[in-house]
Design a protein around this ligand. Structure first.
Ligand code: HEC
Length: 113
């Protein structure tokens, strides 16, 4: 059976979470902390530069998102909620990462565009 789940593939955080302002200032240090975390926890799927081309990507359905394309199209709060809660093969990181680390990751992702 053909899986069509990638078509019309929409995932949005709840409005309240999406509107949350980022409590961590966006500066070079935050982006660099985010990059280190990204390489450690995310690059296997999303790829070293967030393009959705990590070593595990080909085996996953749906494919890991090209985050460089999404950068700037979602709020920090939206990304943070998705990273914390996960969906399907995208793991939930809220028990593994601290909240400020998740916000560091959003700075890194927004900077990919
Ligand atoms: C096991 C593979 C895997 C790992 C590890 C992983 N992701 Fe994902 N990620 C996915 C997949 C697959 C999706 C698409 C899930 C869906 O839409 O159902 C996704 C979706 C996302 C999205 C949502 C994009 C959007 O707007 O639709 C964000 C943000 C994200 N990942 C960030 C991260 C970050 C940051 C990390 C590391 C802390 C991470 N991911 C680790 C596989 C992974």
């Amino acid at each position: 059976m053909r899986c069509i789940s990638n078509i019309a593939h929409v995932w949005n955080a709840p409005e309240e979470a999406a509107q949350r302002p980022n409590p961590v200032p966006r500066d070079t240090a935050a982006i660099e902390r985010g990059q280190k975390l990204f390489e450690q926890f995310c690059a296997n799927c999303h790829g070293k530069n967030g393009q959705g081309d990590g070593p595990l990507a080909a085996a996953l359905n749906p494919r890991p998102v090209n985050l460089a394309e999404r950068a700037g199209h979602h709020t920090d709060g939206d990304f943070a909620w998705k990273i914390a809660n996960g969906r399907g093969v995208m793991p939930a990181f809220k028990n593994q990462l601290q909240e400020n680390q998740i916000w560091d990751l959003t700075h890194y992702i927004q900077n990919l565009k």
